[in-house]
Ligand binder design. Sequence first.
Ligand code: G3I
Length: 470
Amino acid sequence: MTVPAARRAGRWTTSIAIGVLASALALSAVTAASAADPETRLKDTAPFRVGVAIDQRETSGDPGRVVTEHFDQVTAENHMKPDAWYDGQRTLRIHPQAAAIVDFADERGLDVYGHTLVWHNQTPAWFFQTASGQPLSTSDADRSILRERMRTHIFGVARLLSERDGLFGAGNPLTAFDVVNEVISDGPEADGLRRSEWYRVLGEEFIDLAFRYADEAFNETYAAPDTDRPVVLFINDYSTEWDAKRARYLALVDRLLARGVPVDGVGHQFHVSMSLNVAALARAIDAFADRPVTQAVTEFDVPTGTPVTTAALDAQGAYYRAAFEVFHARKDHLYSVSVWGLNDSRSWRAADGAPLMFFDDLTAKPALVGALAAAPAPAVAVAASSRCVGGRVVLVVTSTNLADAAKTLQTSSAFGGRDFSDVASGRSVAHALSTRAVSIPAGGVTVTAEGGATVSALYPAVTCSAAAPR
Ligand code: G3I
C-alpha cells in the first residue's frame, strides 16, 4: 500500500548538528550516523518514524529538547483517548494537554500519531447509556444511538484538530490514528473479539464503523483537497507477540480487509519482557507482511525487573539492540516504531524496573545505545569540502558505494547535485559544484544510493578573499 509522504522536517537539521562537530576538525566531514558517535540521534539511524508517548511535561525544557533530538513522531499517552475530549458537561473540546502536544509537534516539525478513537477503556460511561442513565440495549433504536455517538465523536475530533492546525495532509502534524484499540479478546471467544460495551451493543460491526467514520472524517471531510488519504488508519493491540492472540488479530484483519474496511495499518504495542525472545517480535510483524497493510510498533517498553542493577541495564541494552535489529530488518513493513514514554520514572511500568531508553536525568541508557547500534552501516558514504577557485566557492563532493553490488548514486545540495549510474562496489566518484558565490554559509550535501541508503556530510562556511588561490 502507499503510505502518505510524511512530514520529515528535522532530519536534515539533525545531520547538520552532527556534522558541526566533525567540521571543526576538518574541512570534509562524513556524517553517517553511527553508534560510536554520542551525538547520534535515534531518528537519524532509522528508516521508519521513531516515536515517543508524551504528555505536556515533555513539550518544553530539557524533555522537549530530547524528544526533538531523538524522535520525529509523538503520541499523546493519555490525552487523545475518548474521555479526554470531553469536559464535565460532556462538551467536546481539545484537552489542554493534547493542544500542547499538537502545538509542540507543529513547532518542532514532528508528526503526531493519534491514540485512540475507539476503546473500551478511558471512555465516558454515558457513551453506553440512555438519557436516563440506563445501559443501552441491543434494540435497533439504541444501536442507532451508539453508532451516532461514535460518528459524532470521531468527526468532532477530526474537526477540532483540523480547526487548530489546518486540513489533514496540508501541514497538519497528525498523520496517523489508532482507530480502534485492544478489540481482540485475551480468551478463546469464537470470534476472537473482546466483550466490551461497544461489542455488546453493536457486535463486530463497531470496528467496521469506526474505520469507515474515521476515513470519512480524516481522509475526506477534513482532508486537504488533492491529498490521498493523508491520515493512516491503524488497528492496535497488545500481546501480538503471542501466537494465539496474534491468530485472532490476523483473522479479524483479514475479515476487515475482505469487507473493504479502510484499515491501513496494524499496530503491535510490544509491552514485552526481557525473557521474551525477540524472534517473537519478528514473527508478529512477519505474520502481516503479505497483507496490504503497513505496520507500527506502537508502545514498546522492556522493564529490567527489580532491583535495577548495572548488569540488568546492560542486558536491557542488548535487548533493545536485538529488538531494533528486528525492526530494521522489517523496515519496509514499518510505518513507525514508538516507545511508551521518554524516561524511566514516567513509565506506566516503572515499578517493574526502568523500561525506557533514558534515565530520569535524561542521559542515555544502554537501551538507547543498543537501539542506535542496531542500525546497519549505511551502504554509501559522502564527503564534502569547500574551496575557493578564482575568488568563488567551489564544493567538491566525493561519494563512495559501500554496497556489495553496483549502484546509482545521487548527490544533492543547495547548489545542485549529480547522478552517477552503475558505480561499482567500493568505488568513489567525485564532482565539483560551482556556487558562483564569494561566500557561502555552512551547509550539507546528501548522497542517496539506489535502494534507499542516504547519508549526509557537512561543509563549513567559507569566504573567498580577493587573494584566494585560483
Ligand atoms: O490524571 C490523573 C491524576 O489527576 C490523578 O491524581 C492520578 C491518580 O491515580 O491519576 C491520573 O490519571 C492516571 C493517568 O494514567 C495519567 O497518569 C490514571 O489513573 C491511570 O489509569 C492512567 O493510566 C494510563 C493507562 O493507559 C490507562 O489505561 C497510563 O498512563 C497509560 O500509559 C496507559 O496507556 C495504555 C495505552 O493507552 C494502551 N495500551 C496499554 C497502555 C499501558 O497500559
